[in-house]
Design a protein around this ligand. Structure first.
Ligand SMILES: [Zn+2]
Length: 186
């Protein structure tokens, strides 16, 4: 049995380097990598805003739309779209070279809107689920993550994970534990 691993080692989501996670929500090894992650997120946000503008400009009553508009609406790539056209899955009309229009109605039946796909519900407030079914026992956590109980207790204290005692067992919320050990090198 190796020495108790008090620290949690994670792989940086940007550069892949291993680092010590200071908090439960540390996913990047350095300020530099955090900045890159932030920049990527921001670029993504701006890109989506631009696509929203295109979506707004599409006439509501018009069925046949441009390839770029289909991308803005559904987030499906040009290649995928051409494949669908080629297979005859969706109707299209050709107004000339590079003037293909595809049926919005038919795409609607095949794809969720890009914005809908993006708007996954996000947890806002931190509400811990402490019902037995939403929790692991310490023993379960140790077994699952190949750690000993004392190490798990140290992690729980260090990362401020709430606990609940029922009978002889100490329970910890599954979600928090899964999040804590996600990306941990065992
Ligand atoms: Zn990094």
């Amino acid at each position: 049995m190796p020495a108790a691993k008090f620290e949690i080692i994670r792989k940086c989501k940007i550069c892949g380097e291993e680092f010590l996670a200071k908090t439960i929500d540390s996913w990047y090894c350095s300020k530099r990598c955090s900045r890159i992650a932030w920049k990527r997120k921001d670029d993504e946000r701006k890109r989506n805003l631009k696509l929203d503008e295109i979506v707004k400009s599409i006439p509501k009553k018009q069925d046949y739309i441009k390839v770029t508009e289909a991308y803005a609406l559904f987030g499906i790539s040009r290649d995928t779209l051409y494949r669908l056209i080629h297979k005859g899955t969706i109707s299209h009309i050709n107004l000339g070279t590079k003037q293909i229009r595809v049926s919005k109605e038919e795409l609607m039946k095949l794809y969720p809107l890009r914005r809908k796909a993006l708007d996954k519900p996000k947890t806002v407030a931190k509400i811990y689920r402490m019902e037995e079914k939403d929790c692991y026992t310490i023993g379960e956590v140790s077994k699952k993550n190949k750690l000993d109980n004392s190490t798990v207790y140290l992690h729980i204290r260090k990362y401020s994970i709430p606990t609940r005692q029922i009978g002889n067992y100490v329970y910890v919320p599954k979600k928090e534990i899964d999040n804590l050990y996600k990306g941990m090198k065992i």
